[in-house]
Design a protein around this ligand. Structure first.
Ligand SMILES: NC(=O)c1ccc[n+]([C@@H]2O[C@H](COP(=O)([O-])OP(=O)(O)OC[C@H]3O[C@@H](n4cnc5c(N)ncnc54)[C@H](OP(=O)(O)O)[C@@H]3O)[C@@H](O)[C@H]2O)c1
Length: 253
């Protein structure tokens, strides 16, 4: 199996969906919140971010969540339960650079601090989200956890080198997702856990690295999210454990 296809089974053919988007202030995360809230079959979108930002939309409920604070992750997960079980959790957080940290061009640029920081945000945070949010998913029917990963987390696809911390943290995220998919499928036959590669998307994360990207290869967050929703709409339990790109093709491990 290299790609998905067939009739929509996951998000599109069911009603009254409760979906949580973690990282709702990001380029991709905020586009997910808006696109999901606009769907007639979605009843609520929980929008979780560090600032607890509000979307001023009747379907959107803000939550305050910092990936570096497990107590806040747990608290947010519990807050959703007063509205009933969740159908899907989408993790759209991530980090490539911040003040004092930029992707390594060479092993000389590597530092323990950089590696730790990117693992903390790109791997450990999403893993803790899974720990606290998976028990909040409904037990009767298809459920989904998707985390935005990146093609550069593929070991077999790495032909350019560089970006040690980002690549390694996303490869580790993919392993966490695969492992969750196995455990979760044992007790929930209709569960789907996947990684997503969104393409190159115009956001704060990609801004410093867009110079060599052809204009038609740089998606707006809205374009990327339309592609990714179409991928999510078609997922089946047999797709669990894989990372899919925006076209619905599996990104090799
Ligand atoms: N853009 C691309 O071309 C591209 C390509 C491949 C993969 N991706 C992946 O796509 C995902 C989304 O990226 P994006 O392009 O939308 O980037 P973005 O606009 O920079 O969004 C990143 C999000 O992560 C959140 N975040 C960072 N640290 C956090 C923390 N400690 N706790 C909670 N939230 C935290 C940010 O929240 P604040 O607003 O609070 O900072 C923001 O909402 C990332 O996983 C990225 O690796 C992006």
């Amino acid at each position: 199996m290299n790609s998905i296809g067939g009739q929509p089974v996951m998000l599109n053919n069911r009603t009254s969906l409760n979906i949580c988007v973690i990282g709702s202030t990001g380029g991709i995360g905020s586009a997910f919140v808006r696109a999901l809230a606009a769907r007639a079959n979605v009843e609520r979108v929980f929008a979780a971010s560090r600032s607890g930002a509000n979307f001023d939309h009747p379907k959107v409920i803000p939550l305050t969540l910092d990936l570096e604070k497990e107590t806040l992750i747990q608290k947010s997960a519990l807050e959703t339960s007063q509205y009933g079980p969740l159908d899907a959790v989408l993790v759209t957080t991530g980090m490539l650079h911040e003040n004092g940290i930029s992707p390594e061009k060479s092993i000389r640029d590597l530092s323990g601090e950089k590696l730790e920081r990117l693992y903390k945000i790109n791997t450990i945070g999403p893993a803790l989200v899974a720990k606290h949010f998976l028990p909040r998913l409904r037990r009767d029917g298809p459920v989904l956890m998707a985390a935005v990963s990146a093609r550069v987390g593929s070991i077999s696809d790495n032909e350019l080198g560089g970006w040690y911390s980002y690549r390694a943290s996303k490869a580790a995220l993919n392993m966490i997702l695969k492992t969750i998919s196995i455990e979760f499928s044992r007790r929930h036959k209709q569960s789907i856990v996947v990684g997503l590669h969104p393409g190159t998307v115009d956001s704060d994360l990609s801004k410093p690295f867009q110079r060599n990207v052809a204009k038609k290869k740089l998606f707006t967050p809205e374009e990327s999210v339309q592609y990714l929703l179409s991928v999510l709409d078609h997922l089946k339990p047999a797709d669990s454990g894989y990372c899919f790109d925006w076209r619905g093709e599996i990104v090799p491990a």
